[in-house]
Design a protein around this ligand. Sequence first.
Ligand SMILES: Nc1ncnc2c1ncn2[C@@H]1O[C@H](COP(=O)(O)OP(=O)(O)OP(=O)(O)O)[C@@H](O)[C@H]1O
Length: 585
Amino acid sequence: MTELFEPTGEHDWRIAGTATGLLAAFNAAGVLTSSDVHVATRLGALGGEDDERVLLAVALTVRAVRRGSVCLDLGTVRAVAPDLDWPEEWPIERSPLVAAGAVRWERGLLYLDRYHRLETQVHDDLADRLALAPPPVDEARLAAALAKVRGGHFSAEQEAAVVAAAHRRTTILTGGPGTGKTTTVARLLAVLADQAGGGLSIALAAPTGKAATRLQEAVVTELDAVATAWPEARGLVGRVDGLTLHRLLGWRPDNATRFRHDRANRLKYDVVVVDESSMVELTMMGRLLEALRPESRLVLVGDPRQLTSVGAGAVLSDLVAGYAGRADSPVAALTENFRSEQDIKALAEALRDGDADDVLAVLRTPSEQVSFVEVEDEAAIEAALRPDSVAAARAVWEAAVAEDPAAALDELDRYRLLCAHREGPFGVRRWNHLVERWLAEEVGVEAHQVVGDQWYVGRPLLVTSNHYALDVYNGETGVVVRRDGRARAFVAGSERLKEFAPGRLDAVETMHAMTIHKSQGSQADRVTVLLPEEGSRLLTRELFYTAVTRARTHVRVVGSEAAVRAAVATRAQRATGLPQRLAGS
Ligand SMILES: Nc1ncnc2c1ncn2[C@@H]1O[C@H](COP(=O)(O)OP(=O)(O)OP(=O)(O)O)[C@@H](O)[C@H]1O
């Protein structure tokens, strides 16, 4: 796995011209970028530290945060570039930077102060919630409610999770796709509303708009199912608000990292459910925990095996690891997958267990649900991907030309091409261009109509940031559709299709292909996973697992055996101190 960059010369922008000694050497070797070096030298100048070993450790910590870690593990850092001339020791403890609180040194981990504060806050807020007296439960009422929600489907595991959650203020509900997390949440809400006699205020939140919408829809559908055996349940639960975490906390135009709701202005909700919690970064988790009233209920839902958040931290998997073995653990795990086809499940399980031979065996066993296209050269990959990609793009295009936005949006969820990278031969950008070209050839329109016009009819869209004024959110999908002879953009919302003059949507990308990171929180019937080369820095087990578990009925993996083995062998490791903190308290 390549961790370093290769400087292209002394004028490479990643080279800090003013660096000397160790910092210069690690910069020239491609370990540190110029910004890592500058932050460390600036901190050193402000804090009166000139020991180059300490400055190197600080620069490496900046680098670690840039790559998603919360801190730097000095015990293992040499593995980044074993051949370099590493200091014999790290005189951190007596550094004036530690004395001044600019950096924190704890359990062999070095933190920038901001991340140390965040991590301890998350830990302390969770510990405070766990230390509160548990919520009162009317056990007879609970038993009666459980008997009513048992109608339809409800496994023993799901029931146990509901019972545990009813007795706690904090619950971490984990499980892979299709393990009935939403089903469980809906029944939990009915049980909690029944305990309260109605009148609970409930927020259903998620990191992206798409995931929040999906959660709200799924919970409402499940509540309707519950209502067949328990007609009062729907009324007891009442309204459920589906919203992004940003919106829940009160986005502020003047501040990107602070919200309207905080410790001094807590959220009014009695119950807050957060779906897709694996995508929640440490900063956001800190903001959420401080904004919750201590006596409110928090239900974090997610799959800890998925890719971690884009920003620093790996909070969900840290919580699962940190609480493991603790008698007061708030983790309730669902393990039975009710949705995916047998062979997709087998592939996901082999990946979860980390056995590359098993993964390859599943991939190579003839199956209706799993296929493996073992190709490496670009022409062969293109030939393998073209038929399905074009058929999917064509189906969207046909609905779009027929002025049928709902059908076009439905088609989007039938097939998805997933790439690890944005750029390069295995990247989304290249594959978007290729599919556009192939589509133009296929449907016989002038190539420039598809390739040259940004808003061509049939263009699948992925919204890439929240746009509150337009009611359009990061992760939502859309299509450009013909309407009365003009191109209009339609975005799928929770209750309706949202229609726009295309130019109003500025933060959108074409979605013939999608990155695996962006695909979190969504599924498609058939998924093609294009694995990058084995040397790719992004190729990890978590990435592969996330991609495979996006598929409902068929997953096709395109790549080499070496890439599969590299993915299975590589964990998306992030240094954080949260598990140890939780385990130790
Ligand atoms: N106990 C059960 N028996 C049979 N089917 C079930 C059971 N629980 C849930 N299901 C069904 O399995 C499917 C997946 O359930 P659900 O959507 O609740 O899972 P999920 O874990 O929330 O999935 P995702 O990760 O995609 O959000 C649904 O069709 C649901 O109706």
